[in-house]
Each structure stands twice: as C-alpha cells, then as structure tokens.
Design a protein around this ligand. Structure first.
Ligand SMILES: Nc1ncnc2c1ncn2[C@@H]1O[C@H](COP(=O)(O)OP(=O)(O)OP(=O)(O)O)[C@@H](O)[C@H]1O
Ligand SMILES: [Mg+2]
Length: 314
C-alpha cells in the first residue's frame, strides 16, 4: 500500500475505459481517439441537461458528523468521466453502504479514501484531513486508521492464514510475537476461523477467505473499515452469515464501516446509512430506513431490484 496507483493496474477496475457514457449508453460517435474529446464534452453537456434528473443529491440528516466526505470530486480515466462532481458524506460510527450499479465508480471511491487514487478536481476528507494533499509520510500514518477488505480478500498466497492476519501488526507495529499471537488468535476466533491458522489461502473456501480478510482488516483496531463487496462470490447463506458477522463485530468494536455492494439484501441486513451512487454522483443518501421508503423512482427501482424504471441494462 506504499505506492499510489497510476492508471490501469492490478485488482478490480482494471478494464479499459469503456467507449461509452458513464452509465453505459453507447456513444454516438463510436469513440475513435480523435473524437474522444468531443465525446467527453458532449457527455458533460448531456449531464447538465437531464442526465441527472433523478439526482436530487438529497443528503437526509443523520445528526452525526461525517467521518468521510467527498466534496465535488471529479475523476476521469481518459474519456471515461467516472466521478462527476461527487458530494457524499459518510457518518461517523455507523455502517454506511454505498450502493450502485456495476461500473459506477464504487471501487474508485474506496481507492480515493485510502489515497490510492487522486481526484482530478475536488477533495476527499477523512476525519478532517484532506487525503489528496497529505504528504506520503502522513498518508502512511493515516492508513493505519483504515482496515480494508478488498473484493477477493487479497490474501498473500504464499503465507498461511495466521501469517496473513499477523502481517499488518508485523509491518506497522513494534509488538512482540506473543502479543501478536494474542491479537491474531482473538480476531480469528471472532470471525470463526479459530483453528485454521495453518491453512494456506488456496485451501480455503471463498467465505473463509473473506472472513480471513476481515480478521486481517481488524488487527490494527481501525477507526474506519472499508469493505469492497464483501458479499461478491458468496452463496446467499454465506452472504447472510458474513453480514451478521459485520454487524456483530461493529457492535463490539464500534468505528465507521463503509460497505460497498450491489446486493440489496445485504443492504437491508446491515446498512444504517445508504448512499446510492449512479453516473458519478449521489442520487440520494441518508438513514437506511428512509432510503428504503424513498419516493425517488431510481432509488425505488434500485432498492427493490425491479426491472421497470429509469435504470436500464448497464
Ligand atoms: N485504474 C483505472 N484505469 C482506468 N479505468 C478505471 C480504473 N479504475 C476504474 N476504472 C473505470 O472506472 C469505472 C468505475 O469502476 P469501478 O471499479 O469503481 O466500478 P464499480 O462501481 O466498483 O463496479 P463493480 O460493481 O462492477 O465492482 C469503470 O468504467 C472502470 O473501467
Ligand atoms: Mg467494484
């Protein structure tokens, strides 16, 4: 995590920018490089005139301060204008979910929070500090506040589970092995992997890998835990169990949790706060119960998973 991501790289989000307007409608000009600039400008004009009709941007009050704030964030990859003036606040101490269709920029948001990507314009503020303007040394420090669970658990294939989970402690603290063992075993028990320490990642099921990634994200007692689709690739029962686990661990430890998903059932189970992201901006955000009652046609369609509504095949 010491280096910052530049352009396409490993992990998710590695697909090339699509030759389309963010949101998925085909570009009229077919997208040859000479026409990219024109396409981009047209996108923007279109954006100003109706593309965002469902984006009330309404941020319903939570009565809590924001632990994480996106302020007018723009981010493009080539002609792919992914974040289009994103304003989003994620309240301190709650489980917040960022929901949105595939390819809307949810993972890109997480990468901005941890300083792996910089905004082209605007600011990302974490506990009052502007992430893009932090010098590398301070960024390294602030990252100790974060636990991150990447989409696939991101375990080191050559290390057993115990060493994987101990890794952040060995890297970021001066703790001795005895103390490390106590923490690691505690977290492993907490996520139900009490006796799997010797196992190698390739011996584990998808659900176990996620739980191991979760245990690892917790060992530094993070103030903020970021989950990128903890439910992807899991069957419904394991998804439900993982959601329960996230809730329990949050109740036990507190902290600000940010969970990215497009699974509505997961949102119903764990979200206290929801931000619906589409076409690079917030459609609506606020306390989960209020969002599930929203009158906004896009939010209604998305949160009920209906095929009829403003959201087409994207
Ligand atoms: N490093 C990058 N270089 C170029 N394009 C990128 C990069 N990262 C993301 N993108 C593009 O940005 C857009 C948003 O990607 P992102 O991974 O954030 O989507 P997502 O909302 O997380 O989708 P999913 O639900 O499928 O995970 C996509 O069109 C993707 O191709
Ligand atoms: Mg993603």
């Amino acid at each position: 995590m010491a280096t910052r991501e530049q352009g396409p790289s490993g992990g998710e989000g590695e697909e090339p920018p699509r030759g389309s307007i963010p949101g998925g409608e085909p570009r009229a000009d077919g997208g040859s490089p000479a026409e990219d600039k024109r396409g981009e400008r047209r996108e923007f004009e279109r954006g100003e005139s109706g593309e965002f009709e469902f984006h009330t941007g309404a941020n319903r009050a939570t009565g809590l301060p924001d632990a994480i704030e996106f302020v007018g964030v723009h981010k493009s990859f080539g002609s792919n204008h992914v974040l289009q003036g994103l304003n989003m606040g994620l309240p301190e101490g709650q489980i917040s979910m960022i929901l949105g269709p595939s390819g809307t920029g949810k993972s890109v948001c997480i990468k901005h929070i941890v300083g792996l990507l910089y905004p082209d314009e605007g600011d990302v503020i974490v506990q009052g500090q502007s992430i893009p303007s932090l010098p590398d040394a301070d960024l390294f420090e602030i990252r100790k506040k974060f636990g991150v669970l990447f989409q696939d658990g991101a375990l080191f294939g050559s290390m057993n589970l115990y060493d994987n989970i101990a890794f952040p402690l060995r890297q970021h603290t001066e703790k001795g092995e005895e103390e490390i063992a106590e923490i690691v075993h505690g977290r492993m028990r907490e996520v139900g992997l009490g006796d799997a320490g010797e196992k190698m990642p390739n011996e584990l099921s998808g659900g176990m890998r996620k739980r191991a990634g979760f245990a690892r994200s917790l060992v530094l007692d993070p103030e903020i835990v970021l989950f990128d689709e903890p439910d992807s690739g899991l069957d419904p029962v394991r998804t439900a169990l993982l959601c329960e686990l996230i809730k329990e661990v949050h109740e036990e430890n507190g902290g600000t949790y940010v969970v990215i998903t497009h699974d509505i059932m997961s949102a119903r189970r764990v979200a206290e706060h929801i931000s619906v992201l589409w076409r690079g901006r917030i459609v609506e955000s606020g306390p989960a119960a209020e969002l599930f009652d929203s009158e906004n046609p896009f939010v209604r369609q998305f949160l009920s998973g209906e095929s009829q509504g403003p959201l087409g095949m994207e």
